[in-house]
Write a protein that binds this ligand. Structure first.
Ligand SMILES: [Fe+2]
Ligand SMILES: [Fe+2]
Length: 292
């Protein structure tokens, strides 16, 4: 490791967090509304209609070939009912998060942002599939998707602001087989969980969502939430199955303790793994339609 790493202090990371745009009020409000199980589609519509970009994306999505409706839908309320509240929330959040990390040529030359994004989406759909498998009530399953989608936001920030240094981190992990947390700490004096924590505060994410962001690599199983444990497990499954950019991380066995903690069997895990490609393709398609 060259000396230059020592100049990348926590201060520079804090500056990078400061430079990140805030989540739009629409997105913050959308997350809040959809996580309130008593909220109605009308409440969601009242928020979305204030955001012309998101309104446009919702209408574009409902009128896309994906839904195959015979008539063009121009009314937002009808579109929300047809698309479903959860899809709207995922679209809003994915759009906001992806939009926060702009395309940067230098990043693209060293690290494939699209692949990083695919990993996030992979962990999102896997977490939701596990939630379904362990019979988490339906309205709560979407939180598993969101937690998975956001789990590596700290990594997205490090890659965006320090692309060369991060590419070296990936190279070192590949050669040494050391843990990503350890190598990042050596390079940046902070790891992507800690950076994700800073960004979560800036974005005012709610507490239950922050825990999986700050401890998805080594949750404290005595106190961690089911949400965190599921994201931890999904992250390993996506690394083991090479879904998206895995940053050189090595495949790991899944221990009995995490299976017990989550309440899932190895057979159920196998069934989840089989469903990942289909769910991932569908989620990616929905987000892409909103993005065109
Ligand atoms: Fe991670
Ligand atoms: Fe990850």
């Amino acid at each position: 490791m060259k000396n230059i790493s020592l100049s990348l202090t926590a201060k520079k990371i804090i500056e990078a967090v400061d430079k990140m745009p805030s989540l739009s009020p629409t997105v913050s409000k959308t997350i809040q509304i959809v996580n309130d199980i008593t909220a109605t589609p009308k409440q969601l519509m009242d928020v979305i209609k204030l955001d012309p970009i998101l309104t446009g994306k919702v209408l574009k999505l409902i009128n896309s070939a994906f839904f195959g409706l015979p008539q063009k839908i121009t009314a937002l309320d009808r579109a929300i009912i047809l698309v479903g509240v959860n899809t709207i929330k995922n679209l809003a959040l994915s759009t906001a998060v992806a939009g926060s990390f702009c395309d940067n040529k230098k990043v693209a030359a060293r690290i494939n942002m699209e692949e990083l994004w695919l990993h996030a989406l992979g962990v999102a759909v896997t977490s939701k599939l596990i939630a379904r498998e362990i019979k988490i009530p339906r309205p709560l399953q979407e939180e598993f998707f969101i937690a998975g989608l956001l789990h590596d936001i700290g990594k997205l920030l490090l890659v965006q602001y320090f692309p060369d240094e991060y590419a070296e981190v990936v190279d070192e992990i590949k050669v040494s087989g050391a843990s990503i947390i350890e190598v990042e700490h050596k390079r940046f004096q902070a790891n992507h969980e800690e950076v994700g924590g800073l960004l979560s505060e800036k974005w005012r994410l709610y507490d239950s969502l922050i825990e999986p962001i700050v401890s998805h690599h080594s949750p404290n199983f005595d106190s961690s939430s089911t949400l965190t444990n599921v994201v931890y497990l999904s992250n390993i499954l996506c690394i083991n199955n090479e879904i998206g950019f895995i940053c050189g991380q090595i495949k790991r066995d899944i221990g009995e303790s995490i299976l017990k903690k989550v309440g899932i069997t190895r057979d159920q895990i196998e069934s989840v793994i089989k469903k990942i490609p289909g769910e991932l393709a569908e989620a990616a398609r929905i987000i892409k339609i909103g993005d065109d």
